[in-house]
Design a protein around this ligand. Sequence first.
Ligand code: MRU
Length: 352
Amino acid sequence: MEFKSKIRTIQWVDTYSRMVNQTLFPYEFKYVDIKDGESMYRAIKDMIVRGAPAIGIAGAHGVVLYAQELQSLPKEEFIPKLLEKADYMASSRPTAVNLMWAVKKQKDIILNSKSDVKGIVEELKQNAIKLENEDIEINKRIGDFGAQVVPKGATILTHCNAGALATVGYGTALGVVRSAFANDPTIQVFADETRPRQQGARITTLELTMDGIPTTLITDGMCSYFMKKGMIDMVVVGADRIAANGDSANKIGTYTVAIAAKYHNIPFYIAAPLSTIDISIKSGDEIPIEERSHDEVTHINGKAICADGVNIINPGFDVTPHELITGIITEKGILKPDYEKSILNCFEKLSL
Ligand code: MRU
């Protein structure tokens, strides 16, 4: 069966980047064109585009936008200025390593190209388009590997949105759901609401219902209740950064789901491309966790939901320790514990 909604979250068009404006969900499904580097920096920071693989591509597009703006400079000025802008782009959000990964791919071109300025701009553009197209292929492979571990008729719990709308298309965790559903239309999804930004409610339910995949929305605190009742067969979530030992950062609340899954003996999988694995860091303790605006907690749809002046802390992500993870589903297969070994083997084999 085909992925019906065929959402393309982000796409390079001629001289600019076109993306779905995710701040409008679920009320509107609209595209916005981003035509300069600073607007791309803001689009990433303000979560017009979001989800680790999607913001990686947005970062690559952002470098092309800056390159276009600087192309009248002589090469000796163009290179250092563009490198500075690339670093600025990479600093737009701190946790998802795909952003730094994609910007680094662009920096490698800036540093190594023998072309003139015009040629470099063209190379950066072609590289961004290549990364964009590869993302969909990678997600389909993740989906197909993941589908092999989905039991027949399974109810799959997911947290946040690791779907087509967190990537260029198809999705990582929801890619697994899509590939499994293609073979077995009796599977269904339980989607955590995912406070505070409600990506589960606003985005996951939207894209799954567009594809006709049966989906039940639950609030974050309900997951263990349904696990105890035997209503959840497996958990699949995405990741924003995975350390060399398998510790995985994902949207805040994921860790709680993983603990509940372990207690109830339910398999807990991470689905992510290899670009989400940061082998430069040994453990999850080194993953920078984004602290987001307090309004996300105090307000819903612009209305305050708590007493004025209450203390707020709002970390955007948490880290699930590797011991709680049954497997990491990648485009090269499912990595299993001992992750330190399986991740290293995989990177060595692929010379990454
Ligand atoms: O803050 P966001 O919405 O950009 O968070 C990223 C995510 O959507 C999740 O953490 C997701 O599960 C991993 S990205 C495929």
